[in-house]
Design a protein around this ligand. Structure first.
Ligand code: ZN
Length: 75
């Protein structure tokens, strides 16, 4: 059973999304272990910006796409 105190996404496979307010890609997760869960709230570790659920999904999709392209580029 993982600790309930876990708030950073660093230990998961999920990519942090870039904050539209400060540009940092460091997220905190509250309310659930899965950032895509209904009760989950993802916010920016740096400035405290809170991502909306739809906004987070969109940013995550973009981020995963960028990451995939980056990996292709390194081959
Ligand atoms: Zn921020």
């Amino acid at each position: 059973m993982p600790s309930l105190a876990q708030t950073a996404l660093l230990s998961t496979d999920i990519l942090p999304v870039r904050c539209p307010a400060c540009g940092e890609a460091q997220n905190t997760l509250e309310g659930a272990a899965d950032p895509l869960a209904e009760k989950a709230q993802v916010s920016c570790m740096v400035c405290g910006y809170v991502f909306g659920a739809a906004e987070y999904r969109q940013l995550l999709a973009q981020r995963q796409q960028e990451f995939a392209l980056l990996q292709l580029g390194q081959l």
